[in-house]
Design a protein. Structure first.
Length: 134
């Protein structure tokens, strides 16, 4: 996609702090530099979001997340958060499927928290609506 910042990074038109690359996937440090090692993992092919990503490419992205996460755990980090926002209402800012790897250490001060929604749902009704299958 012409105006996609991630596609520009993939093409080499915009520099990045590359952590990993293969023929289908690229991973680089998030320039926000908010948490040490915060990494973005994405397919080189332009895919809008999780909903737009086929299963094969999704598996490649997630296996790369696992590989990088294990690598980081061997470099002194004690855990990781994996985050992917799907659609703008969820906080997706770049319309190119990507997963954030946020390396963690005990007492690092970083917080991943949810603010409760405005309305609590009846869980019995919600499960009837959302259940897959029977």
């Amino acid at each position: 996609m012409k105006d996609c910042i991630f596609c520009k990074i993939v093409k080499g038109d915009v520099p990045c702090y590359k952590i990993y690359e293969d023929k289908d996937i690229i991973a680089f440090l998030d320039i926000a530099n908010d948490v040490p090692g915060h990494t973005l993992v994405l397919p080189k092919k332009h895919v809008l979001d999780l909903d737009d990503c086929d299963e094969i490419l999704y598996k490649k992205v997630m296996l790369t997340c696992k590989k990088i996460s294990r690598h980081y755990l061997g470099k002194g980090f004690e855990g990781v958060n994996l985050v992917s926002n799907c659609k703008p209402c969820s906080g997706q800012e770049v319309s190119h499927f990507h997963v954030h790897i946020i390396p963690r250490k005990e007492n690092d001060g970083a917080k991943l928290t949810l603010t409760p929604a405005n309305k609590k749902e009846n869980l019995e009704e919600l499960v009837k609506k959302l259940r897959i299958g029977n």
